[in-house]
Design a protein around this ligand. Structure first.
Ligand SMILES: Cc1cc2nc3c(=O)[nH]c(=O)nc-3n(C[C@H](O)[C@H](O)[C@H](O)COP(=O)(O)O)c2cc1C
Length: 189
């Protein structure tokens, strides 16, 4: 069965981003595609060191667990990173992860090619659109397919557990999720 990996860039236990990714995953599953949510919480994700070792080894040599996440993404049909907004942009760890995932894909078997997805941003008040733009850069350069919705994939939430109060944001994510699943199934036809 087709599968989508959702990657959460929040360090918080009761993360709003995780709640939103959970909604997204459930909607994808409702539409007949398997999901797995992976969190960067508790990990110390390093930035790409430009060592280019991935060209020889096929994966990232930095020893922080991202290589195992890359192995899972390599087998998937869709990829959705979610980030909390920090100072108007994406939390650093998720961008470090995206840059390394992209570098490994481009320098090895280009496993991201035709993978379906798009970014999600969660913030208390402002910066979600810039965060989305920042994360969106990852998709076209890796020959991926971004699914749409009827608004941008952003949810307004500050305190823990408040993401569901943004009903418009949650509805936007559900439509995006449905589209991700539908595109994956069409591509598989
Ligand atoms: C260091 C830091 C910077 C933040 N900067 C912003 C910001 O620029 N804009 C915003 O709307 N929220 C900002 N927030 C609030 C978080 O985006 C918000 O609490 C969000 O729900 C966190 O998601 P999480 O629960 O998944 O970690 C900031 C939070 C922290 C800790």
């Amino acid at each position: 069965m087709a599968k989508v990996i959702l990657l959460c860039g929040s360090p918080r236990e009761n993360s709003n981003t995780l709640d939103v990714l959970d909604v997204c995953a459930r909607e994808i599953e409702k539409n007949g595609v398997e999901t797995e949510i992976i969190s960067l919480r508790g990990k110390n994700i390093q930035s790409c060191k430009a060592c280019l070792s991935c060209r020889d080894t096929g994966n990232c040599i930095l020893n922080d667990g991202l290589d195992e996440i890359i192995d899972k993404i390599r087998e998937a049909d869709g990829f959705i990173p979610g980030a909390p907004v920090y100072f108007g942009t994406a939390r650093g760890d998720i961008m470090a992860a995206l840059q390394r995932i992209g570098k490994v894909s481009r320098d090895t078997d280009k496993f991201l090619t035709w993978m379906v997805g798009g970014p999600i941003a969660v913030g208390r008040r402002g910066g979600q659109t810039l965060t989305l733009q920042e994360m969106t850069m990852f998709f076209p350069i890796n020959n991926m397919i971004i699914a749409g919705s009827n608004y941008w994939n952003m949810v307004v939430a500050g305190a823990e557990g408040t993401a569901f109060e943004d009903t418009e944001g949650i509805q936007t994510i559900k439509l995006f999720a449905e589209n991700v699943a539908k595109i994956i199934k069409k591509l598989g036809d």
